[in-house]
Design a binder for this molecule. Structure first.
Ligand code: HEM
Length: 526
């Protein structure tokens, strides 16, 4: 952001030639509104001209791998788990709540807005709707001044708390609870990123983080209000001292901490993570032009490695005392997209079944990380006509469309030994192997498929393997290092203890601590 601000300031002060490309009306309006508005103007310019949200490649010199679409479609279709779910394919090391924390994190970091699957070789033209930083823009939106809909209208911006939707009482949970996303009349969610209303578990995760902010507001000392008279830099500082800005900083840093210390060590090889944290990144580099120190979203991460999470999704969840065998299809239904919102009270989640907050006997686990997706993910709802409904097919076509390299080239660039053709073409008891071999994918392998296969071969599906771990760990660490407001950049020695929120282990902070602090672990009881 440092360069964006500097550059935006230069443009604002010095003038520039490309005014016709700007939304000048909007800028006039926000500049006229003073203080914060000026920042907004700078951001608009920055977004329009400098592309702080842009995509890029970790391995820009590698050739795109674009096999025939039909071969990718065949492979995607074959990556299908059988029903009923085989208990042997569970991953008893990762509670299922982490699948949806992972999805929530994805929605904070990356959103490719491309429709269809065009061949895209100019990365600047791929539209990214999120800032590639762990800043929770999917939660806070543009803040209470610029996006007031997300916040309680009775409070000034300096005291901003989130709004909620109310659940509808049912005979078996006969109470209206503030445990739904806030919604418009058409039932669509009023959230920083609509995708957090894509299924009920990610929606409830979003609700938990909304509540986390509000609880932090409860416990923080009050700050100063910004009167808008300060200069840009002073205004920044003043705003940081308001209660809202303090709370947002506390929430963001605790979230960054738990992503780094609670989530990542479960999904990547801890040795790779330690190596990246101790010895730095080898492949995710953004120091030189055109990035000049500003991180971008690596397509190897967003288009392949981090999509590993799709294989952790279960078909059935033990959701709460009422719905002990909730099918994923139903979890899609109880959202704005599925038309089932606002949610009935008996669909408020019991977090004990998803995270380590008690009730070990009944916890759901993720499916193992392997080249299989449950049938429901091959039949996505809300897909435009003539578009593939299989998420596996979509991921493979997306990888080709954005020009990801083949996995063997990435292995060579990383200096690691690739999986053998026998490993890649092996059947693992299903029907993927023959399709892989028929299309030669055991010799030249799409990156997403390889990452999943590698996880299975190297860890038995417990977590990502060597290449997947490296791409994911370097991306997270790089995005934190490149964000000048992250705790890693601003205060590398910071620990959660400094802010004094209660934690089971002093000095640490986990997802379970968020849920305990919010205090709504199982709102409908049982
Ligand atoms: C029920 C759960 C989920 C559903 C239904 C879902 C669905 C989708 C869909 C439809 C896309 C767009 C596919 C395309 O056209 O390219 C997508 C993209 C993606 N998903 Fe998921 N997903 C789920 C869970 C997850 C999880 C658990 C993770 C990671 C831990 C994840 C990571 C990603 C990433 C990184 C992208 C690319 C985002 C972008 O840059 O646009 N998803 N997902």
């Amino acid at each position: 952001m440092r360069r964006v601000h500097r550059e935006a300031e230069r443009l604002l002060v010095g003038g520039f030639d490309g005014a016709d490309e700007l939304d000048t009306d909007f800028i006039d309006r926000v500049v006229a509104s003073g203080g914060e508005g000026e920042d907004a103007a700078r951001m608009v310019m920055a977004n329009n001209f400098l592309g702080p949200k842009r995509f890029g490649k970790m391995f820009p010199r590698l050739d795109p791998f674009r096999p025939p679409d039909q071969a990718l479609i065949d492979l995607g279709r074959a990556m299908r788990e059988a029903l009923p779910e085989n208990p042997a394919l569970e991953n008893s090391e990762i509670p299922a709540g982490f699948t949806y924390l992972g999805q929530f994190v994805d929605h904070d970091l990356t959103c490719d807005e491309t429709r269809n699957f065009p061949v895209q070789d100019d990365l600047e033209l791929i539209k990214q709707a999120r800032t590639p930083t762990l800043d929770l823009d999917s939660l806070y939106g543009e803040g209470p001044k610029r996006q007031p809909d997300l916040y309680d209208p009775s409070l000034p911006p300096s005291e901003a708390r989130f709004r909620f939707g109310t659940t509808v009482p049912t005979p078996d949970a006969n109470v209206a609870l503030p445990n739904d996303l806030p919604r418009k009349r058409d039932r669509g969610a009023v959230v920083g990123d609509d995708r957090n209303d894509e299924n009920l578990v990610v929606a409830q995760t979003h609700v938990a983080f909304l509540k986390f902010h509000n609880r932090v507001m409860d416990v923080l000392p009050r700050g100063e209000e910004d009167d808008g008279s300060a200069t840009f830099t002073q205004a920044e500082e003043t705003r940081k001292s308001t209660t809202f800005h303090n709370a947002r900083r506390v929430v963001r840093w605790h979230y960054q901490w738990l992503v780094l210390n609670d989530f990542l060590p479960r999904i990547v090889d801890p040795n790779v993570l330690n190596d990246v944290r101790t010895n730095g990144r080898k492949f995710f580099r953004f120091n030189r032009a055109p990035f000049d120190g500003e991180p971008f979203m690596p397509l190897e991460f967003s288009g392949a490695a981090y999509r590993f999470g799709h294989s952790m999704v279960r078909e059935t969840y033990d959701y709460n005392r009422v719905f002990t065998e909730a099918m994923l299809g139903l979890l899609f239904t109880f959202t704005g997209n599925g038309g089932g919102a606002p949610i009935p009270s008996n669909w408020v989640i019991d977090w004990r079944r998803f995270h380590e907050v008690g009730r070990d006997d009944n916890r759901n686990f993720t499916r193992r990380v392997d080249p299989k997706l449950i049938p429901q993910l091959h039949e996505l709802p809300n897909v435009r006509p003539n578009q593939p409904r299989s998420l596996a097919v979509r991921n493979l076509l997306r990888g080709s469309s954005i020009g990801l390299p083949k996995a063997q080239d990435v292995a060579e660039a990383m200096g690691i030994q690739p999986l053998t053709q026998e490993q890649l073409g092996g059947g693992d008891g299903g029907d993927v192997g023959p399709v892989v071999r028929r299309h030669g994918f055991h010799r030249e392998t799409p990156l997403w498929f390889y990452i999943l296969k590698e996880a299975l071969v190297q860890t038995g599906g417990k977590r990502l393997g060597e290449m997947g771990s490296r791409i994911v760990a370097e991306t997270f660490w790089g995005l934190l290092k490149g964000d000048e407001n992250s705790f890693v950049s601003r205060r590398p020695g910071w620990t959660p203890q400094e802010d004094g929120l209660p934690a089971r282990t002093p000095g640490d902070f986990t997802v379970a601590d968020v849920l305990r602090f919010v205090g709504e672990i199982n709102s409908i009881g049982g």
